[in-house]
Design a protein around this ligand. Structure first.
Ligand code: ZN
Length: 56
């Protein structure tokens, strides 16, 4: 039952804030569906690299 941060309820986030922050920082991925950020893609349901696209 590996839950993504996307599934975390507001209550759970508040109760386990330290854990939540440790999974978010340093931000490496952003969820395309929910807009959440995380340090690992496994914490998001639609992870996308948080690296800014290089402007060419
Ligand atoms: Zn998501």
């Amino acid at each position: 039952m590996a839950k993504t941060l996307c599934d975390w309820s507001r209550n759970k986030r508040r109760k386990k804030w330290d854990k939540y922050v440790r999974r978010v920082l340093p931000v490496q991925f952003i969820c395309q569906k929910c807009g959440r950020a995380a340090s690992d893609r496994k914490y998001l349901c639609r992870p996308e690299s948080a690296t800014p696209p290089s402007s060419s």
